[in-house]
Design a protein. Structure first.
Length: 318
């Protein structure tokens, strides 16, 4: 549904959250019918995407935060490959759909945390890497989000991101349409991504265009009358990636990476309250995540902590 108020202002964080909740709810059936590992094996474009991510991550044994991970398709595959994935998204509906799907198909389950990318509920220097797969452009404040990513990375840790290309005229046209639907859709230039990372304090960052194939699974969602155009766009992306491809970013925090196997570190020990910055623990009597030494509680959705400041509630003494 088009929203006229977005003619004069972009959607805010809460409006984006509501849009994404409704979007996932409308597609839940299809997500739950699809085994991510089977899709990885059969969808050539999807497999190439996940393999690109894994190649840039390299061998890591600490926690990897997949920020803006949505229903966690890529993170689920990476978890099957041995990576210690934590999927973070402000949309708890998407996280719970991912949880249901992983359990349905008997796959190794990543960790999940509901969060706001602008106020990450992780302790300083607590993760080895952060992936942001086609999600950075959804964030309301790039500087704040990148600053938070840098803060939670261990020294020597890396950020890897795939993002839309601002040179792509078809992409830019779709952004206008999507803004009126109530979602934040933007794109980047190569130099823009590198400058944003430098401004956030990353020691080094490099971005480049890459060819994007069209996912056969995603193509099924496209109305039949638009599929020829979508396929043509995919052909242009592979042949002329500088303009029609996507952008790939890798940025590094200064220092030397020293890791401990995440299997030896309970996730709860690296989490913190997004409000008072203190430790949090799950209180089974309240069915909430509560601050240690603070007075706030946070929701738990089927075992998933939702550590978003706006969702905090004041605790009542028993």
């Amino acid at each position: 549904m088009f929203k006229l108020r977005h003619f004069y202002r972009a959607p805010n964080v809460e409006e984006e959250r509501e849009f994404e909740r409704a979007n996932i709810q409308s597609k839940t059936g299809r997500y739950l019918e699809t085994n991510p590992f089977v899709r990885f094996q059969s969808d050539v474009a999807y497999r190439a995407k996940v393999e690109r991510i894994a190649a840039h991550l390299g061998p890591l044994k600490g926690y990897i935060l997949d920020l803006g991970g949505n229903t966690a398709g890529e993170a689920t595959i990476l978890k099957q490959q041995g990576y210690n994935m934590v999927v973070g998204d402000i949309n708890e509906v998407a996280l719970d759909v991912s949880r249901q799907r992983v359990e349905k198909f008997g796959l190794a389950k990543p960790e999940y945390v509901g969060l706001d990318a602008h106020n990450l509920p992780f302790k300083d220097a607590s993760v080895s890497a952060v992936t942001v797969i086609e999600a950075l452009h959804h964030f309301f404040d790039y500087d704040q989000a990148l600053g938070e990513i840098l803060r939670i990375l261990k020294p020597g840790g890396k950020l890897f991101s795939l993002e839309p290309n601002a040179l792509n005229p078809l992409r830019r046209a779709s952004e206008v349409r999507d803004r009126f639907k109530g979602t934040i859709e933007k794109s980047f230039f190569i130099g823009q991504l590198e400058r944003l990372c430098a401004r956030a304090g990353f020691a080094r960052a490099g971005a480049q265009a890459y060819p994007m194939r069209r996912s056969s699974w995603k193509l099924q969602e496209v109305p039949a009358y638009r599929r020829p155009i979508t396929r043509l766009h995919g052909w242009f992306s592979e042949k002329y990636p500088t303009v029609f491809g996507g952008l790939m970013l890798e940025a590094h925090k200064a220092g030397k990476l020293v890791e401990q196997d995440a299997a030896d570190i309970p996730l709860s020990t690296v989490l913190r309250s997004p409000v008072n910055k203190c430790d949090v623990v799950f209180d089974s009597s309240r069915r909430q995540w509560v601050e240690i030494g603070g007075g706030l509680g946070f929701p738990d959705v089927n075992g998933i902590p939702i550590l978003v400041a706006k969702d905090a509630v004041k605790l009542n003494c028993h």
